[in-house]
Design a protein around this ligand. Structure first.
Ligand code: GRF
Length: 211
């Protein structure tokens, strides 16, 4: 056997991925850091934010990934502008990573089973339009449940209700505040679960194309 033959085999083609963000972008960072390791079947080609101040845009730029700020208030038709951008970049899979904008059913229909969302609870618990950000973890603590975690799922028109791709649990500790729980769910569940889930879906899309 020749030296250097122990490297993981990279697939010939990769699925073009866009990540939609609104804020800090630690999940985006986890995806960028997972490229060529966990995430081998897809390549992040584009990051889109609906907020100009989102730090996630800087994370993308520092990895040399195209970062676009599209202000929903500036566009006559925000989703039409989004669609055009995605088509121009030949995007095949979208990841919502802390994207605080609800996409219409018409937009979602363009990408059936091709939009992945990550939610910081074990869906269907603590999901829906009123559960976002720290509110999710406040509700978990108020309910007194002992296990929380994160869920990846396909996006459908009903918020946080599409088919579940995968879940990862974390313990809720007696001393937890919403903030400490949020941090543990991010670090021990979301940043691990999201790259794995995106790889799983991208790999399936590649296999489907080979047939
Ligand atoms: C994460 O908790 C994610 O599950 C939720 O929004 C948060 C985004 O965090 N949808 P970040 O911007 O990835 O740091």
């Amino acid at each position: 056997m020749s030296k250097g033959n122990n490297k993981a085999q990279m697939p010939k083609r990769q699925i073009n991925i866009a990540v939609f963000v609104s804020g800090n972008g630690t999940n985006l960072q986890a995806l960028l850091d997972a490229e060529k390791r966990i995430l081998q079947s897809g390549k992040i080609k584009l990051v889109v934010s609906n907020r100009g101040e989102a730090y996630a845009l800087k994370r993308a730029q520092s990895k040399g990934v195209e970062a676009v700020y599209l202000d929903p208030k500036d566009c006559t038709d925000y989703e039409e502008s989004l669609l055009q951008l995605l088509q121009e970049r030949q995007i095949e899979l979208i990841v919502l990573a802390g994207y605080l904008h609800i996409l219409s059913a018409a937009f979602i229909e363009h990408f059936p089973n091709r939009i992945i969302n990550i939610h910081p609870s074990l869906l269907p618990a603590f999901g829906g339009k009123d559960y976002y950000g720290i509110k999710v973890h406040e509700a978990v603590i108020a309910a007194g449940v002992k296990v929380s975690g994160a869920t990846t799922h396909f996006v459908t028109a009903a918020v946080d209700s599409g088919p579940i791709i995968d879940q990862k649990t974390v313990r809720v500790l007696a001393r937890d505040t919403a903030y400490s729980l949020q941090q543990r769910v991010l670090q021990k569940a979301e940043w691990i679960l999201l790259p794995r889930s995106v790889e799983k879906v991208a790999r399936k899309l590649l296999q489907a194309k080979e047939i």
